[in-house]
Ligand binder design. Structure first.
Ligand SMILES: *Cc1c(COP(=O)(O)O)cnc(C)c1O
Length: 406
């Protein structure tokens, strides 16, 4: 409908509008269940690791790490998150347009042409040099508004942020501008998830030195923050005034290696542990009997080694099932692991169900999540695809409907 309207009214077609993900029609068999109670549990569990005065920014960028920014935002706020972090201005605007009133920081900065959107939607800006601060202050003055700003310091990521040399002048400018409100100073870690703590410690020292430098001036240092998920778990000294977890909100870890440390913090019972928020499921579309020695799928990369029963699933790389997983991943059917075989196609892939008696078209298939006593974790899938859980979650495709379970 949106597509047709666009075609009629102007020549620009916004393709992403062509699919109404939560529309009234029957959702597709391939779907991602989003367990909002798990998300709320995770927020409360994370909160329990913080000193009472430490604020919790829930990072909901990239459409809530693929889970859906708006429902996740509502859930994390209900569970006690103080504010939100997004990646780009448009993500902040989307939340505002849907009535979200909590503070929203655009973590990765903005271009000059995005300043009006920032101001109009009362988003919190990230700045790292005086020219950004001046542009923001000038426009805010013209609109008779005040904008909250956080100053980003680069302590070793080499990506975004100012150096501690230009910082005093920047802080001074913000402090004296009627139209800017200094609300934070922050940095970001590059290796907080790694076993070796040397570089994180160095980044922490540089950050602390920067804060000390600000504190030596006349101007009060604004609240400091630096902890992403891994630093939150592994470096309590990095909590400062606020923490910024993303991945762990969604019940995933950067690596399974962090699990023992987390169990020590939260307790290892199912009741206490972080809970995966997304379960990615589908159903068997077709079952084929294929004789021994037959090639399957594109490129004939897999040849059946026995007379086989092969189930075809309606999920492929266009749904975010990374093609690098071809022949490497498993899925759960009837509570058992079965191997994916052959090249993953755009819309489809195949699994070998020869060892499962009585499989039928329509049977539930779990790609990520639990079925019976078995579970497939996003960390496992990421290992098989030689990537990280973040990428797996963010890349679950637009055409996979998210089904929200309250
Ligand atoms: C994405 C992001 C986070 C959250 O990182 P996780 O590793 O997902 O916890 C925190 N801070 C900034 C600046 C980010 O861009």
């Amino acid at each position: 409908m949106a597509l047709l309207e666009n075609l009629n009214s102007n020549r620009e077609v916004i393709i992403s509008d062509a699919i109404d993900h939560n529309g009234p029609t029957t959702p597709r068999a391939t779907r991602a269940e989003i367990h909002l109670e798990a998300l709320r549990h995770n927020v409360r569990a994370i909160r329990s690791l913080l000193q009472p005065e430490v604020k919790l920014m829930a990072v909901v960028k990239a459409d809530g790490y693929g889970h859906g920014a708006l429902p996740c935002t509502r859930a994390v706020l209900a569970a006690g998150a103080d504010c939100l972090g997004v990646g780009i201005v448009a993500e902040g605007v989307e939340l505002r347009e849907n009535g979200v009133q909590a503070p929203i920081q655009v973590l990765t900065g903005h271009f000059p042409n995005e300043i009006d959107d920032l101001i109009q939607h009362e988003l919190t800006a990230t700045v790292w040099n005086s020219s950004m601060a001046k542009d923001l202050a000038n426009r805010a003055a013209e609109c008779d508004r005040q904008v909250g700003v956080h100053v980003k310091v680069d302590t070793g990521m080499g990506r975004l942020g100012g150096t501690s040399d230009n910082l005093p002048a920047l802080m001074e400018f913000i402090h004296h501008s009627k139209n800017l409100r200094a609300e934070g100073v922050f940095t970001h870690f590059s290796t907080a998830d790694e076993e070796d703590s040397e570089f994180t410690t160095l980044q922490l020292e540089r950050f602390q030195a920067t804060l000390n430098k600000i504190n030596q001036g006349e101007i009060p240092a604004p609240p400091a923050h630096c902890a992403n998920s891994s630093a939150l778990l592994r470096y309590p000294e990095s909590h400062f005034s606020m923490v910024r977890p993303g991945l762990i909100l969604y019940g995933a870890l950067t690596s399974k290696n962090l699990e023992p440390a987390l169990d020590k913090l939260l307790g290892s019972t199912a009741e206490k542990k972080l809970r995966p928020v997304m379960a990615w499921k589908t159903q068997i579309l077709q079952i084929n009997k294929i004789s021994k020695g037959s090639p399957l799928s594109y490129g004939k990369k897999f040849i059946t080694r026995r007379d086989s029963t092969i189930a075809t699933l309606p999920v492929g790389y266009a749904d975010g099932l990374n093609r690098a997983l071809s022949g490497k991943m498993s899925v759960l059917i009837h509570g058992q692991r079965v191997s994916q075989v052959g090249t993953i196609c755009m819309d489809l892939c195949m699994v070998d169900v020869t060892d499962l008696p009585q499989v039928r078209a329509g049977d539930e298939v779990v790609i990520l999540g639990r079925q019976g006593s078995e579970a497939i974790a996003v960390e496992e899938m990421a290992d098989h695809a030689r990537t990280i859980p973040y990428e797996i979650l963010c890349c679950v495709g637009k055409r996979v409907p998210r089904i929200y379970i309250p």
